[in-house]
Design a protein around this ligand. Structure first.
Ligand code: CMX
Length: 133
């Protein structure tokens, strides 16, 4: 794995969270994007070499709605950049991590992504992501 690509934070209201994090970072979000398949609207802040992704649910079945219902707002996942996502998926599955996708999916911010179940990673929802070139 190359680096922490971003940290995902589940929020109830993206527009007020955007204002709050803009104050915290003293900079604006550089992009907002809806990911229909995941049931989320996202907003990204660049911080040096890494990013913060705010996530608001677009429907009650979204993973973000369920997360907020159960655990409240807060850190939802950590995403790690990988060179070759398919190789990493094979490597990690062999080591006992539970992949939540059989194939890489198209995620926000021009990435191929795959999630690992938090129960197989010490309670952390891990996202692998590879830049689409
Ligand atoms: N971090 C840590 N633990 C989490 C978690 C998270 N983000 N989300 C759920 N859990 C925990 C639950 O609290 C629960 O723990 P307990 O059993 O101790 O109560 C357990 O995982 C539940 O697991 P589950 O019943 O298998 O599944 P859920 O229906 O709660 O779904 C998960 C959890 C991770 C499988 C589901 O959210 C998922 O598939 N996530 C991947 C996709 C995703 O998160 N998309 C949104 C972001 C998209 C983006 O970044 O663009």
């Amino acid at each position: 794995m190359k680096k922490v690509e971003h940290i995902g934070i589940a929020v109830k209201n993206l527009s007020s969270a955007n204002e709050l994090f803009a104050k915290l970072f003293a900079k604006e979000s550089y992009k907002s994007e809806k990911v229909e398949r995941e049931g989320v609207t996202t907003s990204f802040f660049q911080l040096g070499d890494t990013k913060i992704e705010l996530l608001e649910a677009t429907n009650p079945d979204s993973a973000i709605s369920k997360f907020i219902e159960k655990r409240g707002e807060g850190i939802h996942h950590i995403a790690f950049e990988v060179e070759d996502i398919r190789l990493e998926m094979v490597r990690l599955e062999k080591l006992g991590f539970t992949l939540l996708n059989k194939e890489p999916q198209k995620g926000a911010d021009n990435k191929l992504i795959c999630f690992l179940h938090p129960k197989s990673a010490n309670g952390i929802l891990v996202e692998l992501c590879q830049e689409i070139k």
